[in-house]
Design a protein around this ligand. Structure first.
Ligand code: FMN
Ligand code: EPS
Length: 397
């Protein structure tokens, strides 16, 4: 079992979210503002609904951090839901049939594409609110908080994680051959987190039109990680392969339905000569053992291990399932056809999904770092890291 793990708790309209991260070494510099900066990035993105105007996510450390440094013990975090004050009576009371406020009635017109129907059947609940409160992507706030600490650890080893939106609702955003040095600074500067202003303008028009039609949109983000050393993960067992672990982490994000590493699905359409990355000597590149791939179609992974080239993962999100012009469904209380429940919703949340995908990558990579370099303190880990790179550097050349 990996030394590093996290768990989250909390309902979307409950008092707060909780995140507990265990296994972080002592000595990692950490302030609440590091976490808050990532929480704020997750809240961005044109196309989100009213909820994001209500929340201003802020972390409170309850344990594991002293005077701006981790101390090695579990780090418990609290993020309060501002919307709680508007929902407290709904969340505390049993639903009331016939109440004039629709929020106080049970959610029975289950939404196609959300967890509502499957959840009420599986957990034997009369009110789909008992399901949707936890299925909600509000939970990803707690993931981003835990991962912000993983990012702090990785930053100590000059690992940088960024993402940008490359597709929305049928419109591609151009991907420059050379990504900006600071990918997130460039992406975060625009409302949809693209690197293509002209495609983005068309996407914004599409979001506005889709909103007027009561419909929703999905899209794709690309996560890029640089600064990784060769050899994180392992080829020896299925559950140690880093590509498999990244795939699981990405697919656990609500509404994510596809993951590609490097060229991904495109590799199946090409011959080997146009897929595999030729290798050459490259003195002065310690992270790759002084070698270079002439291309990076593998996206930085071979045999379930990092090659030391940038890690490139694309993540696809389906359209949001709450439509303001609702789809047909059934009412599980009345056993009759109905229009799906719809109160408020995002039109699209793909830019936020990109930040969540970065977070999941940060967690999996921090796990892999700790497995490779171990250590109860940052200093111990650094000595192991330096020793490994020295050894790798002596192999070739
Ligand atoms: C950042 C983010 C925001 C989301 N916002 C909404 C929303 O406003 N309304 C909605 O119905 N689904 C929303 N979703 C998607 C649902 O949470 C998701 O579709 C649902 O939990 C069912 O899970 P599945 O799509 O993975 O099967 C959002 C997802 C993410 C990642
Ligand atoms: C609260 C967040 O996302 C929510 C995810 C979500 C869902 O069904 O997944 C539904 C919406 O919540 P509400 O029903 O309160 O409007 C989103 O706003 C968040 O990202 O912080």
């Amino acid at each position: 079992m990996s030394q590093l793990r996290f768990t989250t708790a909390g309902e979307s309209h409950g008092p707060a979210l909780v995140s507990v991260l265990e296994g972080m070494p002592a000595g990692v510099p950490l302030l609440a503002e590091h976490v808050d900066a990532e929480l704020a990035r997750r809240q961005q993105g044109y196309g989100r609904g009213r909820r994001m105007q209500i929340e201003k996510d802020h972390v409170e450390f309850l344990s594991g951090v002293r005077a701006g440094e981790t101390v090695g013990s579990p780090i418990a975090m609290l993020i309060r839901n501002n919307d709680w004050k508007n929902w407290q009576d709904v969340m505390d009371a049993a639903p009331r049939e016939g109440d004039p406020d629709p929020r106080r009635r049970a959610v029975t017109r289950v939404r196609p594409g959300h967890a509502d129907l499957t959840g009420v059947l599986k957990y034997d609940r009369a009110d789909a609110r008992d399901i949707l409160e936890r299925a909600s992507a509000r939970e990803t706030t707690a993931r981003v908080a835990a991962a912000a600490i993983c990012r702090r650890l990785l930053a100590e080893f000059d690992v940088r994680i960024g993402s940008h939106l490359v597709h929305l609702g049928g419109i591609d955003a151009a991907r420059p051959d050379t990504l900006p040095e600071d990918l997130n600074a460039a992406a975060d500067a625009s409302p949809l987190r693209t690197l293509d202003a002209s495609a983005e303008a068309r996407m914004i028009t599409l979001i506005d039109e889709t909103k007027r039609a009561g419909n929703t949109l999905g899209g794709i983000c690309e996560v890029v990680v640089d600064g990784l050393p060769v050899g994180l993960g392992s080829h020896v067992s299925w559950d140690r392969k880093l590509d498999g672990r990244l795939g699981q982490a990405m697919l656990s994000i609500p509404a994510v339905k596809g993951v590609e590493i490097g060229l991904g699905f495109e590799t199946s359409r090409r011959t080997g000569a146009d897929v595999h990355d030729e290798i050459e000597l490259a003195p002065g590149r310690p992270l790759t053992g002084h070698t270079r791939r002439r291309t990076n179609r593998a996206g930085g992974l071979e045999g379930g291990m990092t090659t030391g080239e940038p890690l490139v993962v694309r993540v696809a999100m389906k359209p949001i399932s709450t439509l303001m012009r609702p789809l047909e469904t059934i009412d599980v209380a009345k056993s009759e056809p109905a229009s799906a429940a719809a109160e408020r919703s995002d039109v699209t949340a793909v830019p936020a999904m990109g930040v969540i995908a970065e977070a999941m990558a940060a967690f999996v990579l921090a796990q892999a770092f700790l497995e490779k370099f171990g250590g109860d303190s940052l200093g111990e880990m650094r000595r192991n890291y330096d020793g490994y790179l020295t050894r790798v550097g002596e192999r070739i050349g």
